[in-house]
Design a protein around this ligand. Structure first.
Ligand SMILES: *Cc1c(COP(=O)(O)O)cnc(C)c1O
Length: 520
């Protein structure tokens, strides 16, 4: 490992043929150490006047040791974070092909609205009379969601897709318990998103797989055969994670209902069908909607999401509190069960307050600026773009369900045809050198070396063509057995990492290099 002029480690092995620089930088790609390595606790970027000692008002609870934060000047701080941000990939930099994630452009109009003082600077414990506008936003967004899904009730508070799943499954459990019919099993298709079985298990259910047909859809016959008095319900993603619509959804719902169970739909892929299909018409009892996917609010890196859940008549009474209700011209918050109305059997709360206000405002701004027809076009264009990609690549990449007809919003490929020893991971890493974030890999599990690509509707044909060109090029290298791929990425800020060690032995705490050595 080499050191740069400030004694910091630089890239261990630079790409062959590149000239080693004094700084360790590669042109405008700048190395950047951790903030603890550039600043020091005893330094400060600001000149303080001598602050006179004053009597403490903390009654002995004041800090008696420095907290060890480093001191940096404003330009040093700005440069540090700007340099770090340039090592990242972002939707504002380029196409983000992650399947199942719906990484689309987030219109700046939404940001503008979310930052309005009346939405951004309020507190959940403020008197309701002083936040009527905010409650109106929550209420109206809920109405949009009910209308678009054809479902009668919605819980706005769940904070992400997985949280929404838990909300829906808890409602299903409450409904079953209320009729004295506790059941033990939730059926989940093989191709399900990992959060589905995790949610069912977390809620205390035993998870059983439903197999997929060779066409990548739920095996209806196998499902019907397994249904029985121990099955609480099913969790089905539609469109599914193979990027295909489940045409048997209504028959699946009818069969589950006939066997006394309830139907949870993972609605993370609603962006492919919004305005075209109403899940309520397919017999679904509960479905979460990822506002941060379908309705274009920012996500990634664990940032705030929002996962409202819509409910059928059967499950509406069990939905969690609180609710925003319109009474005359006034918006009220229903915070407790009210015996006489439809919230009589609420299972409780998912969170302390009402949900993600910033996401609500963004999502409603998005819906209102598109209108119902515009949202339908969003779905159609997302599906069109994915099919353009599928058909432009299937002569070089194996598309296992390509013959099943058009895909929905994402295209699925396998690693069939790669040269011996070349994997989906090699291809993904080579794609980084082409300036793209890789697609979703090795998911869904039903396809070998899966590559799931979701272009979204916000990409132009030119952007798609360039991405297709890059992908064709790396696929051809993988098929020809181009050994240089094993070393990819060579142009990124970091080379290929040891993913097993990163997962098994993560180093989460920064230590002085000497300390770290001593600890080994
Ligand atoms: C994204 C996604 C989820 C989970 O949503 P989060 O908001 O990330 O918790 C669940 N199911 C599917 C199919 C998804 O794509």
């Amino acid at each position: 490992m080499s050191m740069n002029n400030q004694g910091r480690p630089t890239q261990p092995d630079m790409a062959e043929g590149t000239v080693k620089t004094f700084t360790g930088n590669r042109a405008l790609m700048l190395e950047e150490p951790l903030i603890f390595e550039i600043g020091a606790a005893e330094e400060t970027g600001v000149d303080f006047e001598d602050v006179p000692e004053t009597e403490s008002r903390l009654g002995g609870l004041e800090r008696n040791q420095p907290i060890g934060l480093v001191g940096l000047s404003e330009p040093e701080t700005v440069r540090h974070y700007t340099r770090l941000s340039r090592m990242n990939y972002a939707i504002d930099l380029g196409l983000f092909p992650l399947g199942s994630c719906t990484m689309k452009h987030n219109p700046r109009l939404n940001e503008r609205v979310a930052r309005m003082k009346g939405f951004a600077d309020i507190h959940p414990l403020q008197p309701v009379d002083s936040v009527q506008g905010a409650l109106e936003v929550i209420h109206d967004l809920g109405e949009w969601l009910c209308k678009l899904t054809g479902m009668p009730a919605v819980a706005m508070s769940p904070k992400a897709g997985a949280h929404g799943e838990l909300c829906g499954i808890l409602a299903i459990r409450s409904a079953l318990e209320a009729r004295g019919d506790a059941r033990e099993v939730i059926l989940v298709p093989e191709s399900a998103h990992g959060t589905n079985p995790a949610t069912a298990a977390f809620a205390g259910y035993r998870v059983e797989d439903i197999p997929a047909t060779p066409e990548g859809r739920v095996d209806l016959a196998a499902l019907e055969e397994r249904l029985g008095s121990d099955v609480a319900g099913v969790m089905i993603t539609n469109p599914n994670t193979c990027g295909l619509f489940e045409p048997d959804m209504k028959r699946i719902s009818d069969a589950v209902h006939a066997a006394g169970g309830l139907v949870y739909c993972d609605g993370a892929n609603f962006n492919a069908i919004v305005g075209r299909v109403r899940p309520g018409d397919l017999g679904i009892d509960a479905m979460h909607i990822n506002l941060h996917k379908t309705f274009s609010t920012p996500h990634g890196g664990g940032g705030p999401g929002s996962g409202p859940v819509v409910f059928s008549e059967a499950l509406a009474p069990y939905a969690p509190l609180p609710f925003v209700e319109k009474q005359g011209d006034h918006y009220v918050l229903i915070e407790e069960e009210t015996a006489e109305d439809h919230h009589a059997s609420s299972f409780g709360r998912m969170v302390a307050f009402h949900g993600q206000m910033g996401m609500f405002t963004r999502a409603l701004a998005y819906m209102m600026s598109h209108g119902a027809d515009g949202l339908k076009q969003v779905a159609e264009d997302a599906v069109l773009n994915a099919n353009y990609l599928l058909r432009s690549l299937e002569d070089v990449l194996d598309a296992p369900f390509g013959a099943s007809g058009p895909c929905m919003h994402e295209a699925l490929f396998s690693d069939k045809g790669f040269a011996e020893g070349f994997t989906t991971l090699d291809l993904a890493k080579a794609l980084i050198d082409e300036g793209y974030h890789p697609m979703t890999m090795y998911f869904p599990l039903v396809v070998h070396g899966a590559m799931l690509v979701e272009p979204t509707e916000t990409e132009s044909k030119d952007a798609l063509d360039q991405f297709i060109g890059a992908l064709r090029s790396v696929v051809e290298r993988a098929k020809a057995g181009d050994e240089t791929m094993h070393g990819a990425p060579v142009h990124a800020p970091r080379r290929r990492l040891d993913e097993t060690a990163a997962a098994r032995k993560p180093i989460l705490v920064w230590q002085e290099p000497e300390q770290a050595e001593a600890a080994e």
